[in-house]
Design a protein around this ligand. Structure first.
Ligand code: ATR
Length: 262
């Protein structure tokens, strides 16, 4: 039974995972508590996932799940949390009483980071650009914080409408009079091609924060454009990456690590 194993064996399933920062982040957290950790990277395709996951997890305490398996993993688990259910995605797997559970810490990781950056979410007006899995993953946590409304704008408008219809206080962005917004979140995958969505100056005012869920080079096109278009402050998603990892670590070890972005 995996729960009785005392070695701290964790890892990440995704495709690709070679450049993942998760081993470094989790080793850093583990060191804060003197925990010995073996954090492995498992690069598997969707076809390989069921067998590879079943074999590996039976001898581990848990794992993280990243793109493109956050939804693929769900049928392989016994239970998932309300957050994972609403997000229709799992990024953290753990054992409880011999059963495999899936949680999603991405949205709460974002919230942790936004609060660190001084964002007041209660009553905030939020625009999210993009309507894929990343957007669905963060909406439940934003709503839980009492944001006033979330508008979603997307290349494929029907997809934005469909996603918005699943949640309270969410709608498809249609008219510029809905602007400006307190928080503009970029959640498309365009930055990975060096691209950025068109931004409208009316979305921003002197208090607007622009936040890209990606980090590093992939976040730069949006952050640069947002600054040029009128955002007050701009941030990439590195803090969210650390936040989701810290929350996963707390699920596995019941310990809250200090976060230092590196
Ligand atoms: P997922 O599999 O999670 O849906 P994805 O296919 O990478 O992720 O797309 C994420 C988001 O990026 C989507 O909102 C997608 O827009 P569409 O729904 O219209 O496909 C958006 N996106 C990706 N490439 C884009 C591009 N070149 N221009 C505009 N939006 C883009």
């Amino acid at each position: 039974m995996a729960e009785s194993i005392r070695t701290h064996r964790l890892g990440l399933f995704g495709h690709p995972v070679k450049h993942s920062q998760s081993p470094k982040i989790h080793q850093g957290f583990a060191a804060q508590f003197g925990i010995e950790l073996d954090y492995e990277l498992m690069d598997v395709t969707a076809a390989e996932l069921p067998e590879a996951f079943a074999l590996w997890i039976s001898q581990a305490q848990g794992c993280n799940i990243t793109v493109p398996h956050k939804t693929n993993i769900m049928p392989l688990l016994d239970h998932y949390t309300e957050k994972a259910h609403l997000a229709q995605a799992v990024n953290t797997v753990f054992w409880r009483e011999g059963q495999l559970w899936g949680d999603n810490t991405d949205g709460d990781g974002l919230i942790m980071d936004l609060k660190t950056k001084g964002m007041l979410l209660q009553g905030a007006r939020v625009l999210i650009i993009g309507a894929g899995g990343a957007t669905q993953g963060i909406i439940p946590s934003l709503l839980e914080q009492g944001v006033d409304e979330i508008q979603i704008i997307n290349r494929n408008q029907q997809k934005a409408e469909k996603l918005a219809a699943q949640f309270d206080r969410c709608s498809n962005f249609e008219v510029a009079t809905d602007a400006p917004f307190d928080l503009i979140i970029h959640a498309t995958s365009m930055g990975h091609q060096g691209l950025c969505p068109d931004l409208d100056p009316s979305w921003f005012d002197q208090n607007s924060m622009a936040y890209d869920l990606s980090y590093g080079a992939a976040a730069q096109p949006f952050l640069f454009a947002a600054q040029e278009t009128g955002a007050c402050v701009v941030y990439d998603g590195l803090g969210m990456l650390y936040g989701q990892a810290a929350l996963a670590f707390n699920i596995w070890f019941a310990k809250k690590p200090e976060i230092t972005l590196t």
